[in-house]
Ligand binder design. Structure first.
Ligand code: NAD
Ligand code: MG
Length: 389
């Protein structure tokens, strides 16, 4: 029996994870569930999955949750705040942590899980993008097992040799090919991009996801963050990480080898596949995803990304090549700009412009510890907020 903590259980990935766990009660129990503000939804999850601990964002939310659990599940310990997230991510009673908080808020608990040597199921790509080497070092030092949940990285992981150790050349890997659907604006006339509304941006053609990652998919910053994520997960150079537009989202990514072989992982676009894969790794368990019928899909298409249409993708490659604090600054500026777009304070096209201007305005530095990292994150948020107001 594995005891699981889900950081961000009320989100899209969190709910898909619980859906998979519910299919295998003999294999998994839930140690802790966490949510930021959706207390009623978390209370429902607590009643169904009976975790030992539940964590929310504020004292008021904790009070409400305790009240909702009082009658039927008073034994569940209710905690709140950032320190409690780190506590449930590193507790000795927990075996594996699903890191599914969105954005930088997930960094510290995800890092706490890595430092505590847990099996870390990483959906929260922003945590790895912003902390890079610090995160990888924490995993190495503790002996944690880091398994990718992002569908592309999970696909690449499945297409790599079993003894792969973040060194492509050693095992004949030439390139990793990250597929991208292209999002909702792949063919939208460029001159109309400034009239894009938040509702249009979050209406992804193939995946149902949280709002932030949906906007990231529309700008293709999501793919940019995934390029940086692939760099850290697989140790591939920027020149070995290629993005391929594939609107059907059936091939989730590929690995090409020096002998000319290209291995791909295919499936219906449903996050329960990578979640089930990582949960049970190296075994396989049922996920609830319907089988892929290629004869219904008929055609698979591929093209190169247009960097004029998707400047955020280029900004992410720039940040990767620049190194140091660049990816931390890129990620922070993007989070603030996306929220400003969702709040209708800026237009869609401004997202990339604000990130570029923030990256230009801040000097790069080496990031050697978590305090420096958080300071770079704070400076970038301050800079982009100043540009917005
Ligand atoms: P979501 O918005 O649906 O859910 C986010 C979760 O994080 C919620 O449970 C929320 O309560 C929690 N949260 C938000 N802010 C918080 C804060 N300040 N403190 C503590 N908790 C907070 O997001 P999602 O789509 O499930 O994405 C989660 C992560 O997984 C993101 O990093 C995303 O990039 C990644 N991811 C998602 C998908 C997908 O299909 N949804 C695919 C690949 C990767
Ligand atoms: Mg992805």
């Amino acid at each position: 029996m594995q005891n699981i903590t889900i950081l961000g259980s009320t989100g899209s990935i969190g709910m898909s994870t619980l859906d998979v766990l519910a299919r295998h009660p003999e294999r998994y129990s839930v140690y802790a569930l966490t949510a930021h503000s959706r207390v009623e939804q978390l209370a429902q999850q607590c009643l169904q999955f009976k975790p030992q601990v539940a964590v929310v964002g504020s004292p008021a939310a904790a009070q409400l949750l305790s009240r909702l659990l009082q009658a039927q599940a008073p034994q569940i310990e209710v905690l709140h705040g950032a320190a409690a997230l780190c506590q449930v991510a590193s507790a000795s009673a927990c075996d594996a942590v699903m890191a599914a908080i969105v954005g930088a808020a997930g960094l510290e608990p995800t890092l706490a899980a890595a430092k505590a040597g847990k099996k870390v199921l990483l959906a929260n790509k922003e945590a790895l993008v912003m902390s890079g080497q610090l995160f990888i070092d924490a995993v190495k030092q503790s002996g944690a097992v880091l398994l990718p949940i992002d569908s592309e990285h999970n696909a690449i992981f499945q297409c790599l040799p079993h003894n792969y150790q973040r060194s492509p050349a050693a095992l004949g890997v030439e390139k990793v090919l990250l597929t991208a659907s292209g999002g909702p604006f792949l063919t939208r006339p460029l001159e109309t991009m400034d009239t894009v509304t938040p509702a249009q941006a979050i209406a992804h053609p193939k995946w149902v996801m949280g709002r932030k990652i949906s906007v990231d998919s529309a700008t293709m910053m999501n793919k940019g963050l995934e390029v940086i994520e692939a760099y850290w997960l697989f140790g591939a150079a920027a020149s070995q990480i290629e993005v391929v537009i594939h609107p059907q989202s059936v091939i989730h990514s590929m690995v090409s080898y020096i002998d000319g072989s290209v291995l791909a992982q295919l499936g219906n676009p449903d996050m329960r596949t990578p979640i089930a894969h990582a949960l049970a790794y190296p075994e396989r368990i049922a996920s609830g995803v319907s089988p892929l019928d290629l004869t219904v899909i008929g055609q698979l298409q591929f093209s190169r990304p247009d960097l004029q249409r998707f400047p955020c993708l280029k900004l992410a490659y720039d940040a990767l090549l620049a190194g140091g604090s660049a990816a931390t600054i890129l990620n922070a500026a993007n989070e603030v700009a996306v929220q400003a777009f969702l709040d209708e304070k800026i237009g869609f096209g401004m997202i990339a412009q604000l990130i570029a201007r923030t990256m230009d305005s801040l000097p790069l530095c080496a990031v050697t510890d978590i305090d420096m990292l958080l300071e770079q994150d704070r400076l970038a948020r301050q800079a982009v907020n100043a540009l917005i107001s």
